[in-house]
Design a protein around this ligand. Structure first.
Ligand code: SF4
Length: 266
């Protein structure tokens, strides 16, 4: 992104409805009964109707994120879209994010950690080598926590088939603190993602053409050719498989977990 100064955070009105955990569970049960959670467009619209400006999205502009952005652009173009700028992204990621912001008119807002760039390096050095869990916590989980303190709902691009660690992901999840997590593509397959991208002529991150299948921070991302695990190039050679963004918050309402069968995609 040529201009890396974050745009001012929008002044937020309180959401139209602030639901407690029981209210949120009831709303999610109702949405599931109506089959809303099985349709990516409907689940985005329903979430916004429910939470109003209490809803936001995060993305790192990968394939699933681009599909959701394509839908958001049509359904709720003013939605705040946060990009967790760790200070370690590939230049290609920053340039692609800026291109999409400019060409698609998306409300992209950079969310940065307390210590960023040179300040982080001066304090922690190459923390990603010594303690990647702590590095991810400081640079991803804590900035995301700040967002969840301020918003009631979070749209993310997690899919079940991305990795075994994501096999239980669902379209609508409730996190501790009565936060709604919306994962419109949770049940989509990789093939469905590729088909949607092609059918809608959606631009994709340039590093996918160089063998990368999942693109995070530069020091922790390698090209990978394992078709069964698209996240295999992340933290290669280490036991770590997740940054914590999608594992840190406890899920509530486990009794609402859906059956494991695949559901229809697009
Ligand atoms: S992915 Fe690597 S560089 Fe990025 S926050 Fe995690 S450990 Fe640090």
């Amino acid at each position: 992104m040529p201009d890396t100064s974050p745009p001012a955070d929008p002044v937020r009105e309180p959401p139209r409805r602030r639901l407690d955990e029981a209210g949120l569970l009831g709303a999610v049960e109702e949405a599931r009964a109506q089959g809303i959670d099985r349709d990516a467009h409907r689940v985005i619209r329903w979430s916004h109707d429910l939470l109003g400006d209490g809803l936001m999205m995060t993305t790192s502009f990968q394939k699933s994120g681009m599909i959701i952005l394509h839908m958001v652009r049509e359904i709720v173009p003013e939605l705040p879209v946060f990009f967790l700028d760790t200070g370690f992204h590939f230049p290609e990621t920053l340039e692609f994010a800026e291109r999409i912001r400019r060409e698609w008119g998306i409300n992209v807002i950079l969310q940065r950690p307390k210590l960023f760039g040179e300040q982080f390096a001066a304090t922690h050095g190459k923390l990603y080598e010594r303690d990647p869990d702590l590095c991810c916590h400081l640079n991803k989980v804590e900035p995301q926590k700040e967002l969840l303190d301020r918003y009631d709902g979070w749209i993310a691009g997690v899919r079940r088939d991305q990795a075994s660690t994501r096999g239980a992901a669902d379209s609508l999840e409730i996190l501790e603190g009565a936060k709604l997590k919306v994962q419109p593509l949770a049940h989509w397959s990789k093939l469905e993602v590729e088909t949607y991208l092609k059918d809608h002529k959606i631009p994709t991150h340039p590093l996918f053409e160089l063998g990368y299948q999942s693109i995070g921070c530069q020091p922790c991302t390698q090209p990978c050719h394992d078709p069964s695990n698209e996240r295999a190039g992340r933290w290669m050679g280490k036991a770590k498989t997740e940054c914590g963004l999608h594992t840190f918050w406890k899920k509530k309402g486990n009794d609402l977990d859906p059956p494991a069968e695949p559901r229809p995609g697009p």
